[in-house]
Design a protein around this ligand. Structure first.
Ligand code: URP
Ligand code: ZN
Ligand code: ZN
Length: 473
């Protein structure tokens, strides 16, 4: 078994930062050692992290590689997407397998496993999208949980595609409560949104900015409230995905103040991209079409505060890239046909690090939001999201000072534009180690497809949600 010493750096975990060397033995972390205390040895490779941070590998629990949507597929394959993730300091993704409508959940899992297994550059797991909730499908949930698929996404949006009504949602939540699964919710009132979309199109308003205009933030707040109520009736943990709106955040905060097992993630696009981008010339606005939509600056501010107060627990990407050519173009003249989703898996660690640079969050909180909290919530901790002895040796050597510019010319995602074109960020990934193998060395990819393994996840085991009482924050 090969041994590796990452030496000279400052180790940052969710609980603090201190100078230490990290000894890796084979695929696992063996020990954190006093700096400079390990003698030279022929069987020990060394990675110099002097002046750098050493953090647990990032965990992005919301990606969509090769996902069918609106008659096309998201542009990153499991290989190109996981390679880009590695470039950005992410060493585990949890992607979404989809139950086909009218089919079984197992069928969906098998199809996604066939796409991913043997093709990923980093480790991967799956959530399951239940697109057609029925009693036979709910029976399958028990077996899926046993096989390490311990979270299920439901949609209050997209009627006729992924949408579940409140009764189906409640039944799925009851099943989650029985099995220890987490329900992930796309919380937008899709029935009301579809009325607004039809009215806009009938009035001849087909331009991309109407995507945002027909998905007001109050309809995200309303759906979030309803999801929280239904999860309370069922007694299951709830995780609200891609939260974008201050109204939705207020609902999550109130539930958490009451001590409820309610969690939410946001994504970099909701922290950095202003809704005015959807009003760009010609089809430019289509670059930014995702659901929920990117919103006004006041929402970004509220979300940054939520990251600081722990009302928001995770930052994931909802990476779902579609090229402008042949894909986003499908929605020329009809915004409802623009495939929904943005590229971002490569930039999450850097973009959230800007919160440290701007004094919005601490370095340990950066690690918690991007690695440790997602690991805990989704049954990966302490194997992932920690540097404890025995954990998988997933490590990132991060240069907190290096300034670079995000751009389509520099990124590694298989998509023909950058949603962050020209954005200057402080902090850059230098070296990435995945289960003891160097996969990124000084910014160059050294990994291979097939290195990444499926990671079965444990059921939900509860998280601390300190009840603070009304107005306690
Ligand atoms: O626009 C988005 N978010 N596309 C991906 C699918 C989803 O709802 O997460
Ligand atoms: Zn969604
Ligand atoms: Zn998504």
């Amino acid at each position: 078994m090969s041994r590796l010493l990452v030496e000279g750096g400052t180790v940052v975990t969710a609980s603090g930062a201190a100078p230490a060397d990290v000894l890796v033995d084979g695929e696992q972390v063996a020990a954190l050692l006093a700096p400079g205390s390990t003698p030279e040895s022929a069987d020990l490779a060394r990675v110099d992290a002097t002046g750098k941070l050493v953090v647990p590998g990032g965990i992005d629990v919301h990606t969509h590689m090769e996902m069918p949507f609106g008659g096309t597929f998201s542009a990153d394959t499991f290989f190109t997407g996981t390679r880009a993730a590695a470039h950005g300091g992410t060493t585990t993704i949890v992607d979404f397998a989809i139950q086909p409508r009218g089919g079984s959940a197992r069928e969906g899992l098998d199809a996604w496993m066939a796409r991913a297994e043997g093709h990923c550059a980093i480790d991967f797991g799956f959530h399951m999208i239940l697109s057609d909730v029925s009693e036979p499908v709910l029976k399958e949930v028990h077996g899926l949980v046993d096989d390490g698929v311990t979270s299920f996404k439901l949609f209050m949006a997209y009627p006729g595609v992924f949408y579940s009504d409140d009764g189906k949602i409640l039944r799925a939540m009851q099943t989650a409560a029985e099995t220890g699964a987490v329900v992930m919710m796309h919380a937008e009132n899709g029935i009301a949104i579809d009325v607004l979309v039809a009215q806009a199109l009938a009035a001849g308003k087909g331009e991309p900015k109407m995507h945002g205009g027909t998905r007001p933030s109050v309809l995200e707040g309303e759906a979030t409230h309803r999801a929280i109520v239904l999860a309370g009736v069922a007694g299951c943990p709830l995780y609200v995905v891609h939260l974008s709106a201050m109204e939705a955040l207020a609902e999550v905060a109130a539930a958490r103040d009451a001590g409820r097992q309610v969690f939410a993630e946001t994504c970099p696009q909701y922290l950095f991209l202003d809704e005015s981008l959807m009003a760009g010339p010609d089809l430019e606005g289509a670059k930014y079409v995702c659901s929920p939509p990117i919103r006004a600056r006041a929402h970004h501010e509220a979300l940054w505060r939520g990251l600081g107060t722990d009302d928001l627990s995770v930052v994931s990407t909802d990476h779902c890239p579609f090229c402008m050519k042949d894909q986003k173009e499908l929605g020329r003249g009809d915004f409802s046909k623009i495939p929904n989703g943005l590229p971002g898996v490569e930039h999450r660690m850097d973009l959230v690090h800007q919160g440290v640079v701007r004094n919005r969050i601490s370095l340990p909180r950066w690690v918690e939001l991007t690695s440790t909290a997602p690991a805990r919530l989704f049954g990966l901790y302490p194997k992932k999201g920690s540097l404890l002895p025995g954990a998988d040796a997933d490590l990132v050597v991060y240069d907190p000072q290096r300034v670079h510019t995000l751009s389509v010319a520099a990124h590694h995602m298989a998509v023909d534009y950058s949603a962050y074109e020209g954005t200057e960020v402080t902090g850059a990934v230098e070296t990435v180690i995945s289960r003891g193998e160097v996969v990124i060395e000084h910014g160059a990819f050294k990994g291979r497809d097939g290195h990444g393994r499926f990671v079965p996840r444990a059921p939900f085991s509860g998280m601390d949600v300190p009840a603070r009482g009304a107005g306690g924050r």
